[in-house]
Ligand binder design. Structure first.
Ligand code: A3P
Length: 346
């Protein structure tokens, strides 16, 4: 009898042990690829509605990813996480721009917070007429599953500069919280150019130099028709947003500081979003190889941003840099006035 009980106990321990090892291996393999797993990609490009089976499968996928995400963030045991009832919620905060300001880093870093769930992909709902015409339920369907106590955050940097967007967002939720991350305007413009240049080079295409694009050859003045220049005139775009939203609903993040010392910027955002302080120094570590801060979700799971973030910029003629800085200066002053935040831009 005793021997039988011992054998049974041994068997139970063996099963439990292999379950624990299996789950651990599964987590190690899957958590690293969570971003790719979050099913916000446009799966349903066809106009045919997905059938019930597909919807159920996608819903299960979402929930599995959310479960792993919650476990990774240390938000309870598997049993506790299972007990709550996740749903797809519309974003309660949006990172609306600025392109190349550090929008991805900001989203990923905020996602360290247990009460934040990110939409991994840029959905481009408000800036793309075709997507907008699909309606709010389509947008909600692109959101990750989250628990009622959590807030969903989406980022699409094109929102900041697209004319129709503030009104469209206002119609969805007039009390939504808006985040804008900015960087020194000339550096941002060069970063913008570098991204486009890399795309051209990948296709073996030749492209203009930054100097050719940023300065009008005929007048030797800054070329305000060049999109990378126009995007960096932050005050022009911001004023459009303020026709719809009060300044208190809009928080400006310093993208240069997010690079050099992210935590104080993230703590400001936590306060703005009325979230309890949860992101700490332990969540961030400087990776000398990358030259940037990377994310630590737990002692086991670290993550740096993809290599497309933090490109080497081409050298730009010093006189062109100076011309651009002089050009942006008055717009920057106005931007400081409106936002109530001064940046150490030249
Ligand atoms: P560069 O590639 O010019 O260096 P966005 O996500 O809006 O496209 O912004 C990209 C920029 O985010 C990068 O621009 C990089 O400087 C900045 N960034 C800020 N924090 C970062 C981080 N922790 N890791 C990588 N890039 C970061």
């Amino acid at each position: 009898m005793l021997l039988q009980q011992q054998a049974l106990l041994r068997q139970k321990l063996l099963v439990l042990g292999s379950l624990a090892v299996g789950s651990l291996l599964y987590l190690v393999v899957r958590v690293g690829s969570l971003d790719r797993l979050q099913p916000t990609c446009p799966l349903d490009v066809s106009l045919r509605p997905p059938d019930a089976g597909q919807i159920l499968l996608r819903s299960l996928q979402f929930k599995r990813v959310l479960l792993l995400h919650e476990l990774r963030k240390g938000n309870g045991t598997p049993e506790q996480v299972h007990l709550r009832d996740p749903d797809q919620q519309l974003p309660r905060a949006l990172i609306v721009g600025v392109r190349k300001g550090g929008t991805r880093a900001l989203l990923e870093m905020l996602n360290l917070h247990p009460a934040v769930v990110k939409a991994s992909q840029e959905i481009h709902f408000f800036d793309n007429d075709q997507n907008y015409a699909r309606g709010i339920d389509w947008y909600r369907g692109k959101m990750p599953f989250s628990f009622p106590h959590q807030i969903t955050i989406e980022k699409s940097p094109a929102y900041f500069i697209t004319e129709e967007v503030p009104e469209r967002i206002f119609k969805m939720n007039s009390s939504i919280k808006l985040l804008v991350i900015v960087r020194e305007p000339t550096t941002r413009a060069v970063s913008d150019y570098t991204q486009v240049l890399e795309g051209k080079e990948r296709k073996n295409k030749t492209y203009h130099t930054f100097e050719e694009l940023a300065v009008d050859e005929a007048t030797c003045e800054v070329n305000t028709k060049y999109k990378a220049v126009r995007t960096s005139i932050y005050t022009h775009h911001l004023e459009r947003w303020l026709h719809f939203f009060p300044a208190e609903q809009l928080h400006v993040v310093d993208g240069d500081r997010l690079i050099s010392d992210p935590l104080p910027e993230l703590q400001r955002v936590e306060r703005f979003l009325h979230l309890p302080a949860a992101i700490s120094r332990a969540n961030l570590y400087f990776n000398a190889t990358r030259g940037f801060y990377c994310l630590r979700f737990s002692p086991l799971f670290n993550k740096c941003l993809a290599g497309s973030k933090g490109r080497t910029h081409p050298a730009v003629d010093a006189s062109v840099v100076q011309k651009l800085r002089r050009f942006f200066h008055p717009f920057n002053q106005k931007f400081y006035q409106i936002t109530g935040r001064t940046f150490d831009w030249p």
